[in-house]
Design a protein around this ligand. Structure first.
Ligand code: ZN
Length: 746
């Protein structure tokens, strides 16, 4: 798709989308998309690859013992019954499930005379399903370690790294020839012997933190390319780490491209796809990974602990922010991937269903995953089958052409990856690292409560072309931004766009080197006047004057203050709307009174220039909201967004009771509004046990000028919905939403 785009320099993005969507429809007309499609072969060798139009994937993850018990026909029938386009099957890597001849490629001890991978591949092909060989490049047996000690990661003392549970396996190093010779030899063997359509690697490269290894190859990399010794700490403040980060990502891309090239030796239509994902908490540059990825697979299988329900939708938004129109899949684990984990029992079907619903609502393709070829728990099967067959029955309505949101949320990857709080409390470590995403999490929660439609825009994708469709850009403490990124944000505002930003946004470069003032100081109308103050509870924002952002706060002169704030000076004589009331003791009650009840320090600055409106909050109100759940802070954020839009309507509004997440897409046949029902006591602590239906939901949907809507259909409930159309506005009511509803406008 990117190549097609490069070929069409004279077209606008809209024209391009229309064209590429058109080609999607043609391709997907094939039976199950599975045949090599000679009849669809276009003289244009650049036609979209098979995976760009896949809509459903399945994966059965073999274990070493499976050759003893696996029923090939039953499995192939199961996946065919889900109407999947592609199935992931274990080829090799740690364990070969076919009679490999590659040295040190460990055959399953239970393989005997079987060729399980070959049998399964043939069975899938017989049912017209694509096959992607699922590989594992991360570990190998001691036999390989003895023959090729240079393939393996080492601790600082030189010892190899054993797997923490399966201690007979050793961790391989991606800077060694294991990745450039051994894995390629295995891929080529599989390519040669089997009708595979691509390769996927479990676990690699991931989007998580970078590993530091002390093997001979890595020592050489540090010496020759990084210029030093292995970085002691994975912190953006360390200049060695910064260099290492670039060298590391370069190596990932080099390996990815090499493996994709090997996949394509078989057919230009074949592909290598790496393991990505991790939701909003990414460390490796998803922007750079996406540059080589024809297909982005988010291995984001479920949630545990107090992870909010919308974690999968967020994954979709992150992937969309870097992949544009290319293929994105997300894995749903059918097993109980809670903490503790159970690999061989099903998770609650309601939880699995809502995860798959988020996958499709956010524009990704669901990939349903079970472990082990001889399950003793079979309850998971129906959750996948019923959702996937429903998807297949309505497939054209999931072929998205574009999101129709007009609000952008900046995805602040540098801050999420590297940020250390600006105050004196020092580095965040371990699980606390999740704190860097809490600014985004708080803004997100408020946007869901306000029922806004929005997209993520990656901080490295802020081109005028990308931003043109958005009326407002919301920035949840993007403390770490490049100069060029700040310039693009300023350009967006100068061109009439509206902006909300919080806390330390633009106060550092992308690695965390402080600037003397916000790079966006003139946009905010505020300058930093000192170091971050906090964390303090029991501080406040005083309402000094009426303003639209304060609607609903009649009856109070005080609002809850942010836990941390940058002390700021308004750079022009702006009206003081909200002033800071500094912290005072919260205990004991006798001591609880303000020592400085009134200050001139702005808690926020609101500016207006032409069409553009800017709201800058000096405190971390987004993160404070996420941590406290305080409803005033959510309302303040929602009011601010409405003010940015000048109270003009969004392209789609959905009014009704209940906690929802909304997506709206222009689709191949028209439009689709996706409503996810999060109204559930398990919204912020899994697993969802059952659904609590909401409704009715009154919808107003703006369609393109001149577009005549002829029907509105509720795809999940089934049935047509009465509607009216006046000019561009289509009005209808969704009577109820049980788990998820898709209203299709055609
Ligand atoms: Zn190494």
């Amino acid at each position: 798709m990117r190549r097609s785009k490069a070929k069409l320099p004279g077209l606008t993005r809209r024209d391009f989308l229309t064209q590429s969507a058109g080609s999607l429809i043609v391709t997907s007309a094939g039976p199950l998309l599975a045949e090599p499609a000679a009849s669809l072969e276009s003289p244009d060798s650049q036609r979209a690859p098979w995976y760009s139009s896949m809509r459903r994937c399945g994966q059965i993850n073999f274990n070493e013992r499976d050759p003893l018990a696996m029923d090939v026909t039953a499995w192939a029938d199961y996946w065919a019954s889900l109407k999947v386009n592609a199935v992931l099957l274990n080829g090799g890597g740690i364990v070969a499930f076919y009679p490999t001849r590659v040295p040190y490629h460990h055959r399953s001890e239970f393989l005997g005379s079987r060729d399980l991978f070959g049998e399964m591949t043939a069975a899938m092909k017989k049912r017209n399903l694509r096959v992607v060989a699922r590989m594992d490049c991360n570990y190998a047996y001691e036999e390989a370690l003895k023959a090729h000690p240079e393939w393996f990661e080492r601790n600082a003392d030189g010892t190899p790294r054993r797997h923490n549970e399966s201690t007979w396996l050793y961790k391989t190093c991606m800077f060694t020839s294991y990745f450039t010779e051994q894995m390629p030899a295995i891929y080529r063997e599989i390519n040669q012997r089997y009708a595979v359509d691509g390769f996927f690697t479990n676990g690699w490269p991931s989007t998580g933190a970078l590993a530091v290894c002390f093997c001979e190859s890595c020592k050489k990399v540090y010496r020759d390319e990084v210029g030093g010794t292995p970085p002691g700490e994975t912190a953006g403040s360390d200049p060695v780490y910064r260099k290492y980060y670039d060298v590391y990502i370069d190596r990932v891309l080099e390996v990815w491209k090499k493996w994709d090239g090997i996949a394509k030796e078989k057919s230009p239509d074949s592909v290598y796809v790496g393991n990505l994902g991790g939701g909003i908490r990414t460390v490796k540059s998803v922007k750079r990974l996406a540059e080589v990825a024809g297909w982005f697979n988010a291995d984001h299988q479920g949630r545990s602990g107090d992870t909010p329900l919308w974690d999968c939708s967020q994954q979709g938004r992150v992937a969309q922010s870097v992949m544009k129109d290319r293929a994105i899949t997300n894995v749903t684990g059918a097993y109980s991937n809670s903490r503790p984990v159970w690999r061989h029992v099903a998770k609650a079907p309601a939880e699995a269903t809502l995860w798959m619903a988020q996958t499709t609502a956010s524009g990704m393709v669901p990939w349903f995953h079970w472990l082990g070829g001889a399950p003793e728990d079979n309850r998971w099967r129906e959750a996948g089958r019923s959702f996937f067959t429903w998807l297949a029955a309505h497939e054209p309505h999931f072929q998205n052409k574009r999101s129709i949101a007009d609000i952008a949320v900046l995805y602040p990857q540098s801050t999420i990856a590297f940020y250390r709080s600006g105050n004196a409390s020092g580095s965040w470590r371990g699980a606390e690292r999740a704190q860097t995403s809490e600014y985004l999490q708080g803004l997100y929660y408020a946007l869901l409560e306000g029922r806004f439609l929005f997209d993520f825009v990656h901080q490295e994708n802020l081109s005028a072309e990308t931003l043109r469709k958005y009326r407002a850009l919301l920035i949840p403490n993007a403390a770490y931004l490049r100069d060029a990124e700040c310039a693009r944000i300023a350009d967006f505002v100068a061109a009439g766009g509206s902006l909300l930003a919080t806390f330390e946004t633009s106060l550092y470069n992308e690695w965390g080197d402080p600037r003397p003032d916000f790079a966006l100081s003139s946009v905010f109308g505020a300058s930093a006047a000192g170091s971050v103050i906090g964390p303090f509870g029991n501080s406040y924002a005083r309402i000094e004057q009426t303003h639209p952002v304060l609607n609903g706060f009649e009856g109070t002169a005080l609002l809850p203050g942010a836990e941390n704030r940058v002390p700021v000076r308004a750079s022009e004589k702006a009206r003081l709307i909200l002033s800071v009331v500094p912290y005072y003791p919260a205990f004991p009650p006798e001591m609880v009174f303000p020592r400085t009840p009134r200050t001139e320090e702005p808690a926020a600055v609101f500016r207006q220039s032409g069409k553009s409106r800017v709201a800058y909050f000096a405190g971390d109100i987004d993160r404070t909201f996420w941590r406290s759940g305080n409803t005033d802070l959510s309302l303040l954020i929602q009011n601010s967004v409405r003010w940015l839009l000048d109270d003009a309507r969004q392209p789609v509004t959905v009014a009704g009771e209940g906690m929802t997440e909304l997506f709206a897409w222009e689709t191949a046949p028209g439009y689709a509004l996706h409503i996810l029902n999060y109204n559930n006591p398990n919204m912020t602590r899994g697993f969802v046990r059952r659904f609590y239906a909401i409704g009715p939901q009154k919808v107003e949907f703006e369609v393109a000028a001149g577009k005549k809507i002829t029907g509105v259909r509720a795809l999940r409930a089934g049935g047509d919905l009465p509607f009216t159309q006046r000019d561009r506005t289509v009005r209808f009511e969704v009577p109820t939403v049980v788990d998820y509803e898709v209203a299709a406008l055609v």
